[in-house]
Ligand binder design. Structure first.
Ligand code: C5J
Length: 223
């Protein structure tokens, strides 16, 4: 058996063992990326997240062509908000809160237009979409079971936002024994400084939470 292909990464090469790698696309939802959505209602500059879409579109195509399992996630809540902790509902001082009507339907509520994934990154039929009530993709979801059943051990992690749902998910995955490569130009934050430092946090100390590389390096290794 030939050794796995590797991606040049920080802090060292990241292996892509055949049949064991999945691409995770976290929360690329209209509510976070489009003007007027939840993200902007919190006072954020959504253009900071929109820059992720072109490189992630290319990486998604490369991952599909290479036959990787692609898993999408969406942050959001049931229409009666019973899965949303009161503290999450109250937190911050948004002009619009989770469950309130917004330009794209009720903010971060499952089934609403704004809760769904942006058109450019729409899941293909058959690609799993994990609906999650929290920031981490493992908490209160079937993601762990899904990855175990598929034999996945290595995750290419993309999506938004770098220091919130991406970080929480990578930390959860790390504790569950997954090797995670965070794709630097395919994750984004409303805060450039948090993005930069968030990436450093992943690969510091010999890769305390995982690896970091650009999408060009990942696509080259996949092709
Ligand atoms: C946030 C996320 N930032 N997907 N959600 O609230 O990162």
């Amino acid at each position: 058996e030939s050794p796995p292909r590797t991606v040049p990464a920080e802090p060292g090469p990241f292996p892509l063992p055949e049949g064991r790698v999945a691409l995770l696309v976290i929360d690329m939802q209209r509510d976070f990326l489009l003007p007027g959505g939840f993200g902007e209602s919190l006072g954020n500059d959504v253009t900071q997240l929109q820059r992720v879409v072109p490189p992630l579109t290319e990486l998604l195509a490369g991952a599909r062509a290479a036959g990787l399992l692609v898993v999408h996630t969406r942050e959001g809540h049931l229409p009666d908000l019973s899965d949303c902790p009161p503290a999450k509902l109250r937190r911050g001082a948004p002009s619009t809160r989770i469950g309130d009507p917004g330009p794209y339907g009720r903010i971060l509520v499952r089934g609403e237009f704004g809760h769904d994934i942006v058109d450019e990154l729409a899941p293909l039929p058959g690609e799993p979409v994990i609906d999650k009530p929290g920031k981490g993709a493992f908490y209160a979801t079937g993601l762990g079971d899904l990855l175990r059943a598929a034999g996945v051990t290595h995750l290419l992690v993309t999506g938004v936002t770098t220091e919130v749902c991406v970080h929480t998910t990578v930390r959860e995955a790390n504790d569950r024994g997954y090797d995670c490569l965070v794709v630097a130009d395919c994750v984004g934050s409303y805060f450039p400084e948090f993005h930069r430092v968030g990436l450093q946090m992943v690969s510091a100390q010999g890769g305390i939470f995982g690896w970091v590389a650009d999408s060009a390096a990942v696509r080259a290794a996949l092709s």
